[in-house]
Design a protein around this ligand. Sequence first.
Ligand SMILES: [Zn+2]
Ligand SMILES: [Zn+2]
Length: 92
Amino acid sequence: MQANLDFCLKCGKDASNIETCECGSTTFAFGFNISLIDSILVCGCGSKVFKIVSDSKFSEFTITNYRCTKCDNLIGVQCEVDKFQTYGLEET
Ligand SMILES: [Zn+2]
Ligand SMILES: [Zn+2]
Protein backbone atom coordinates (compact mmCIF):
# COMPACT_ATOMS: atom_id res chain seq x y z
CA MET A 1 0.00 0.00 0.00
CA GLN A 2 1.13 3.49 -0.85
CA ALA A 3 1.86 5.52 2.26
CA ASN A 4 1.81 8.95 0.73
CA LEU A 5 -1.19 11.11 1.36
CA ASP A 6 -2.73 11.89 -1.92
CA PHE A 7 -5.45 14.50 -1.76
CA CYS A 8 -7.80 16.31 0.51
CA LEU A 9 -11.08 14.44 0.76
CA LYS A 10 -12.98 17.67 1.04
CA CYS A 11 -11.70 19.87 -1.77
CA GLY A 12 -9.59 17.42 -3.77
CA LYS A 13 -6.37 19.44 -3.60
CA ASP A 14 -3.07 17.63 -3.65
CA ALA A 15 -2.27 17.07 -0.01
CA SER A 16 1.09 15.31 -0.14
CA ASN A 17 3.24 16.05 2.87
CA ILE A 18 0.88 18.47 4.56
CA GLU A 19 -1.13 18.01 7.72
CA THR A 20 -3.94 20.47 7.23
CA CYS A 21 -5.28 21.44 3.85
CA GLU A 22 -5.76 25.10 3.11
CA CYS A 23 -9.52 24.48 3.12
CA GLY A 24 -9.22 23.51 6.79
CA SER A 25 -9.75 19.80 6.25
CA THR A 26 -7.55 17.25 7.97
CA THR A 27 -9.05 14.30 6.14
CA PHE A 28 -7.04 12.90 3.24
CA ALA A 29 -7.47 10.01 0.90
CA PHE A 30 -4.61 7.98 -0.48
CA GLY A 31 -4.19 5.05 -2.77
CA PHE A 32 -3.78 4.16 -6.40
CA ASN A 33 -6.24 4.73 -9.16
CA ILE A 34 -8.68 6.93 -7.27
CA SER A 35 -9.89 10.43 -7.88
CA LEU A 36 -12.28 12.96 -6.45
CA ILE A 37 -15.04 13.88 -8.88
CA ASP A 38 -17.67 16.40 -7.82
CA SER A 39 -16.56 15.90 -4.20
CA ILE A 40 -17.12 12.16 -4.41
CA LEU A 41 -14.33 9.65 -4.20
CA VAL A 42 -14.38 7.51 -7.31
CA CYS A 43 -12.37 4.37 -8.00
CA GLY A 44 -10.60 4.01 -11.32
CA CYS A 45 -13.10 1.30 -12.24
CA GLY A 46 -15.91 3.83 -11.97
CA SER A 47 -17.39 2.58 -8.72
CA LYS A 48 -18.14 4.99 -5.89
CA VAL A 49 -18.91 2.42 -3.26
CA PHE A 50 -16.26 1.27 -0.81
CA LYS A 51 -16.39 -1.02 2.16
CA ILE A 52 -14.31 -0.71 5.30
CA VAL A 53 -11.66 -3.38 5.72
CA SER A 54 -9.76 -2.01 8.68
CA ASP A 55 -9.61 0.84 11.08
CA SER A 56 -6.35 1.77 12.81
CA LYS A 57 -6.25 4.34 15.56
CA PHE A 58 -3.06 6.18 16.32
CA SER A 59 -2.58 8.88 18.93
CA GLU A 60 -3.24 11.77 16.60
CA PHE A 61 -5.00 10.32 13.62
CA THR A 62 -7.01 7.42 12.36
CA ILE A 63 -6.39 5.48 9.18
CA THR A 64 -9.30 3.64 7.69
CA ASN A 65 -8.77 1.30 4.79
CA TYR A 66 -11.48 0.65 2.28
CA ARG A 67 -11.84 -1.64 -0.68
CA CYS A 68 -13.77 -0.87 -3.79
CA THR A 69 -16.78 -3.16 -3.84
CA LYS A 70 -16.34 -3.71 -7.55
CA CYS A 71 -12.64 -4.25 -8.24
CA ASP A 72 -11.18 -4.68 -4.73
CA ASN A 73 -8.87 -1.66 -5.09
CA LEU A 74 -7.47 -0.80 -1.66
CA ILE A 75 -7.58 2.81 -0.54
CA GLY A 76 -7.03 4.61 2.72
CA VAL A 77 -8.40 7.64 4.46
CA GLN A 78 -6.41 9.44 7.12
CA CYS A 79 -8.05 11.88 9.46
CA GLU A 80 -7.51 13.52 12.78
CA VAL A 81 -8.88 11.48 15.67
CA ASP A 82 -12.57 12.14 16.29
CA LYS A 83 -12.83 14.42 13.30
CA PHE A 84 -13.70 11.84 10.72
CA GLN A 85 -15.92 13.13 7.97
CA THR A 86 -16.70 10.93 5.06
CA TYR A 87 -17.54 13.79 2.70
CA GLY A 88 -18.38 12.06 -0.54
CA LEU A 89 -17.15 8.65 0.48
CA GLU A 90 -19.97 6.16 0.27
CA GLU A 91 -19.94 3.04 2.32
CA THR A 92 -21.88 -0.16 2.01
ZN1 LIG B 1 -8.89 20.73 1.18
ZN1 LIG C 1 -12.87 -0.19 -8.23
